[in-house]
Design a protein around this ligand. Structure first.
Ligand SMILES: [Zn+2]
Length: 188
């Protein structure tokens, strides 16, 4: 099969770390992802003194569920996030290596403030996938914990309350991830 550069095999960084395979199902609606578009997030904690890192949580969510979640936010919250991302991502180009997107660099630097995410206490990496492939557009990227906190502060109390309800009603995964997700929803 011919692959364009906008369509690479999913790198192992975005595999389910328990099965060592791509994610199989959406954590919200449980539908299979084999022929769907979906987002993968892995949240990672660094232990600099030990020189190690640990995955705090990971999941895949189909675009339909991620879109629904996004639309639950108030218009004002959505605009604030859009403006924040537009402001911080303008004039930025994807790093490249030998003519291809430099995935390693993308996953090691915060897309917003360009810091080395290995220096942050926590960070997340995000990919957009399509079945067995990873789509290259504004994804994949990494966000430092500091920037994730900044983005959450753009949300109104009302939006946060609505997200709580939405996740409470739809989430089918483990309760500890549900609690984290309530404080840090997916944005696409
Ligand atoms: Zn879903």
């Amino acid at each position: 099969m011919n692959r364009t550069e906008s369509d690479l095999p999913i790198p192992e960084e975005f595999y389910n770390s328990e099965t060592h395979q791509p994610f199989q199902a959406c954590m919200m609606c449980n539908q299979l992802l084999a022929d769907k578009q979906y987002v993968v997030e892995k949240a990672i904690k660094n232990y600099p003194s030990l020189g190690t890192k640990e995955i705090i949580f990971e999941y895949a969510m189909c675009l339909e569920c991620a879109g629904k979640m996004h639309m639950e936010l108030s218009e004002e919250s959505r605009h604030r996030i859009e403006n924040y991302m537009r402001e911080h991502l303008k004039n930025k180009t994807h790093p490249r290596l030998d003519g291809l997107p430099d995935i390693n660099k993308l996953l090691n630097h915060c897309v917003v403030n360009e810091s080395d995410v290995n220096q942050s206490a926590e960070y997340s990496i995000y990919a957009m996938c399509n079945g067995a492939n990873m789509t290259i557009n504004q994804f994949p990227y990494a966000l430092s914990g500091e920037v994730q906190d900044e983005i959450m502060q753009l949300l109104s109390a009302k939006s946060l309350g609505i997200l709580d309800d939405f996740i409470g009603n739809h989430f089918t995964g483990p309760p500890e991830i549900r609690e984290i997700l309530k404080r840090r929803p997916v944005f696409i």
